[in-house]
Design a binder for this molecule. Sequence first.
Ligand SMILES: [Zn+2]
Length: 316
Amino acid sequence: MNTKILSPLFVLLLMFSCKGQTETTTEQTLEQVEVKTQLFDADALLERVKFLSLDSLEGRRTGEKGGLIAREYVVNQFKKYGIAPLLSDYTQPFSFEGRRDKKTYEGANVLGLIKGTEQPDKYIVISAHYDHVGVNDGEVYNGADDDASGTSAIIAVAEYLKNNPPKHSVVIAAFDAEELGLRGAAHFLEANTIPKEQIAIDINLDMVGRNDNNELYVVGTNLYTQLQPAITDLELPENFKLSVGHDGLDDKDNWVSSSDHGPFHKQEIPFLYFGVEDHKDYHKPTDDFEFIQPEFYAKAVTVIISVFERIDEMRF
Ligand SMILES: [Zn+2]
């Protein structure tokens, strides 16, 4: 464990969110607290973003070399954390025609399964997209926040769930071809991978790694009001804001179809989308690892896990 990253503040953050474990006594050392309360490996969370946003991955464009390296990496991370494949293989290949260039693209979602202990036939999908926009005019668009941050975060959630088995079955979905029109998520639904009636919700993460105002948005609770208890009076880390909105019912930009939760919503499957306001590096070659904010990012993942726990308590 790298103690440089686990600062006392971060240990406190992990303590608040740890449920059902014995309270820390004053005799215990910080070291013990770290071990006892850790929800996920915060170093590994960052390492994955670093890898996925390397120049050598060439912006992870669907079907291209860097996209294939990213796919293989995500598969190996699933294996590393003992996540079973949802299908006979970890990947779900699909092909489609690009809307603008009319080219044929070969994509593949990476899908893992953590079986539920009480309602195994109802599925919570936790998604993020591992593709990005590739190289333009010789410049690599690294997509560290968009959406290497979400991709690494869903693996952290999976790591947590392996140690804290969920009541509902959980699909860990790293979708492909989001940047080409939410194609991986659309394929997941079109292929009837999980029958629609058995999908309780999609919890989608896209751009969760940085925000100068320490503000993370959760979208969907104004559309699916039955989900509001999942965020009401939620205990939040210090210096962290969870805001609602952007769901087409206020004067903010409408984010209802802005990422892979869109196809779920279209089929009237409830969703929660977690993401930040666009920053100056959004869809620019400068969406780099160095601008990820480790503390905000780890807090965001912790809050998402807290919301997941509330959702998992619900009846679908
Ligand atoms: Zn994105």
